[in-house]
Ligand binder design. Structure first.
Ligand SMILES: Nc1ncnc2c1ncn2[C@@H]1O[C@H](COP(=O)(O)OP(=O)(O)OP(=O)(O)O)[C@@H](O)[C@H]1O
Ligand SMILES: [Mg+2]
Length: 299
């Protein structure tokens, strides 16, 4: 990236990839991880994490992969357009079933069950992480539900964590998925970051990327980013990246609120920042309306 050397950075601080190395344990993300690990250890079959676009679901999913890989056999499904058949085949391949045996779906379901039982007897726990679950077809969600029903005594043979945008909740409230909804007793909804968390987020990501200089994004700049991003981490990344680009283009070393405004104007998804002229306009209108009211009342 062109501005790395200019700002003394080792790597891109605001990349859009969900890299667990950049994970910061804010309250929502920490709580989500706690809910997942607790519910999994209690033997819950299906858990659900929801959050608006860009709030960190894929990052959490990746973080879980790196944290749980020594306790679980982890199967990650991040292609949400899988049919039920494709989902079964993906799971079967992951469980070590031979590719040549994927043909007959009925036999395949039985083979998956047998394989899960063998793994259970070997003391291996299987966890399926589904990213973008809001887009998975009903039939694939139903297939997952059926596998998560499988038990050996008190123990589940397979556990599932669903990560999805709020549309997932809408879909689960539909009657054809009500059985699945009833099985989800543990869930968590990720919220956006607060203004103070945003300041911390920016500083921390810069430090993780190797920045050691003076404060780049001062309080006023962070406030503007907070207004324009409404605390959505992906939007914060986009705005910070653009601000660094503009600052670099001008061979500058500071990020002013004015520069953030330029980054916001260049970002379709950002919420426009009300400027000072607008507030003067509002004040003028307020005085005008009051003056008219007084004239009308006296007259
Ligand atoms: N707690 C956090 N610490 C560090 N970075 C974060 C955190 N939460 C989110 N991010 C960053 O925000 C960006 C968006 O996160 P992510 O891709 O996980 O969002 P998402 O919820 O999966 O979005 P979508 O609904 O579009 O799939 C990523 O660059 C990610 O690294
Ligand atoms: Mg995602």
């Amino acid at each position: 990236m062109i501005y790395l050397t200019h700002f003394g950075l080792g790597k891109a601080p605001f990349s859009l990839t969900a890299d667990p190395e950049f994970f910061i344990d804010f309250i929502p993300h920490k709580e989500a991880l706690e809910v997942i690990t607790t519910a999994l250890s209690l033997g819950e079959a299906i858990l659900k994490i929801t959050g608006e676009v860009g709030t960190g679901k894929t990052l959490l999913c990746n973080k879980l992969q790196s944290e749980l890989s020594d306790q679980y056999l982890l199967c990650t499904i991040d292609n949400p357009y899988l049919s039920a058949e494709e989902l079964r085949s993906t799971l079967a391949l992951f469980l070590g079933i031979n590719k040549s045996e994927l043909g007959d779906q009925f036999l395949l379901t039985n083979m998956i069950k047998e394989r899960l039982l063998v793994l259970f007897e070997e003391g291996k726990k299987v966890l399926v992480l589904v990213d973008e679950a809001q887009a998975l077809p009903d039939s694939a969600l139903e297939a997952l539900r059926l596998f998560s029903n499988l038990e050996a005594g008190e123990n589940k043979l397979l556990q599932v964590v669903l990560f999805g945008q709020p549309e997932l909740d809408v879909r689960l409230s539909e009657s054809q998925l009500r059985q699945l909804r009833q099985r989800i007793t543990f869930s968590y909804e990720l919220r956006a970051l607060s203004e103070s968390e945003i300041g911390h987020y920016i500083q921390k990501r810069l430090a993780q990327a190797g920045y050691r200089g003076a404060t780049l994004f001062n309080h006023a700049a962070c406030k503007k980013i907070s207004q324009a991003s409404r605390g959505i981490p992906r939007l914060i990344n986009v705005l910070c990246h653009k601000a660094l680009m503009i600052s670099y283009g001008r061979q500058d070393y500071t990020i002013t609120p004015k520069l953030i405004k330029e980054a916001v104007d260049d970002t379709e998804d950002a919420y426009p920042i009300p400027n000072l002229n607008m507030w003067w306009g509002v004040l003028f209108l307020f005085i005008l309306v009051n003056a008219l009211l007084i004239i009308w009342w006296k007259g």
